[in-house]
Design a protein around this ligand. Sequence first.
Ligand code: NAP
Length: 250
Amino acid sequence: MSIKKLGLIGYPLTHSFSARYFADKFEREGIIGFSYGNFEIPKIEDFPEILKNNPDVIGFNVTIPYKEQIIPYLDELDEEAQEIGAVNTIKVLRTESGIKLKGYNTDIYGFRETLKPLLKMHHYKALILGTGGAAKAVEYVLRKIGLSVLYISRNPKSESERSYEDLNQFAVQDFPVIVNSTPIGMHPQIDDCPSIPYEHLNSNNLLYDLIYNPDQTLFMKKGAEQGAITQNGLGMLKLQAEKAWEIWNT
Ligand code: NAP
């Protein structure tokens, strides 16, 4: 039986979640005939070589720093990946006329499905901390659901961005949903947290942290102490992986 290969493209990949997740999934669900490996490439120009040297590969996940850089190597993007300009999943289609690569963004699905059950009527405005690739998926989902969105950045570059210094009592109460899309507070820097006025948070706030290690970040802990609802990024991470699995197998 030939093995269908899957893999993660990124650099560095020392603490990759995906390889462990899929190994556990294959064992737990008795899935045979698949393997999942890491393709740690120092530059995106190495991607065609990976494709060439792995004729059994049927799909990839893509992580930092290549979610945007991978796009010129793809033949097609699905609508959502196209709209936000970031890809975290690739389906490799082998046809008689050659290989075709289609890009998707399953972070969108993972964030949407884990956020929706937490939203209440008063959650109609959101602050997104950070302006990187993950923040784009977050903004896309929030706007689609109907929330107004404001970015918080160390270096605001447009009208839709503000600085951390602009955050006061009124801002965190007027924008009750706050999504940490920065790496601040991620293991091993677990004693760090984004600089927001935590003392003005209350039970109307919903603090969603994209970070999944540790389980409870300092951002979440400080929010919970003020009565806010909190959520970490683990559910999102698992759902984005499951959605990728579905894409590779349909
Ligand atoms: P990124 O591009 O490295 O950083 C995101 C943004 O955070 C940057 O653009 C920057 O925005 C801000 N930032 C970076 N370092 C900072 C610092 N030291 N202090 C303050 N702000 C800083 O990362 P990303 O790919 O968007 O991912 C962000 C986080 O989400 C990571 O922790 C990642 O692991 C997590 N993530 C989780 C999932 C999941 O499934 N749970 C999926 C994707 C990503 P400004 O320059 O504008 O301030």
